[in-house]
Design a binder for this molecule. Sequence first.
Ligand SMILES: [Mn+2]
Length: 480
Amino acid sequence: MKPIKAIYAVLGSGGIGLALAKELETRTKNIILVDNDAAKVETLKEQNLNAVQGNIGDNEILSSLDIQNIESVFIMSSDIEANKKALNFIRKKAPDVQIVTRVNTYQEKEEMEAAGADLVVLPSNLPIKAIASAIVQYIEKMKSVKLAQDLKKLISTVGEGKLAIIVHDNPDPDAISSAMGLKEIANSVGVKAEILYRGIIGHHENKAFVNLLDIEMDQSKDFKASDYKKIALIESSVPGVNNLLPPGTKVSIVIDHHQANLEEVEAEYIDIRPNIGATATIMTKYLQELEIPIKTELATALLYGIKVDTNDFRRNTDPADMTAAAYLFPLANHDILNRIEAPSKSTESIDILGEAIKNRQIKGSYLISNVGTIRDRDTLAQAADYMLTLEGITTTLVFGLSEDTIYISGRSRDDRINIGKILTDAFGADKAGGHASLAGAQIPLGVFSGTKDKQTLLKLAEEAVVKRFLTVIGMKKETN
Ligand SMILES: [Mn+2]
């Protein structure tokens, strides 16, 4: 018999069992119910629940569950003897699985606890729905505390050594604040930690963020894994992929909220939650569960990280992001937060914006603009953002020249367009990258960089960029 895969198993689908399944269903569809009553199993199936018929005291039916991969088992039948048998069998097979069981008397409660149940429920005369929801909240809390404690335990094994906290290249506020949070956890167990990154901290907001909050982190030029007892990877999950670690480096901790191919992720501790809007949310939860006081700077940083990644709770937001933000809100410095969110614009960025407006070419809903020579690359991103607010424009491409490289910034608010893919298709995956709504590219001028005449250089750049872009979006036929 093929093992039955599920996250939760509910054994016995009487009143409480069914109420539990309904409560769990709001979180996942990966639930399996087992009940002895064939008619009841049919009814459950009618309600779109995943149910099998069998006696829960029967080892054969229990063996058919893929118990090692189940997170929690709820043994809820009214037959306490059968519950006991099931508990003993499952506990022996899976020492780590979380088991909740149901009894009728205090004496049975003690027996079940002695036999290894994590939570024993003695049904009261509360409404069944309330009991079910309290049980689910309790087990979630237990899981969350255990996760945080496992992390803390692992970090404390660094002892006198050092923990390296590596964030993704060109780190954003979510990555930076999460790294600060992890450093705080390390501090709480007396472990020294260093936050390391590669690339630049771009955007005026991000620079203001690092400056105003006095964040300590190093741009690592020559990282040596052997200098550190353990390595944690934040907002990135595979060494060498968008981070400074050489591929194959042994990593101990991975904490991220980006979808990852779990077969490629290797670490003693892995917490990847793609449903969550920001890693800062995960980090806030750890700090909460470990009862580590969150200082003003850290609270401000984490709150900003969540706000940026969820675009002020408008994008990829999970209720957990809201809960974390609500927890951080009274602890954060809102004055600093306002200053980070509205940094004063540099003269250059206003000049570049002027150039972008003056030199705009509009093709349908696309806007392309060459701003000439730039010093600060961020000004391109700002101009590309700003131009997107023009009426009728849903995609912008702004580019400029700095020394011997053309820098390009693209933005789109058209759901049908993936600007990251467009730039990658136009300029190659080694020169471009980004997401559906935001992307960038940098093209070394190579042979042309010897040209002394800036005007000629700019004209060449413009021809190359505009032509490639229009070809890829299908507005110009490839001519060569
Ligand atoms: Mn993030």
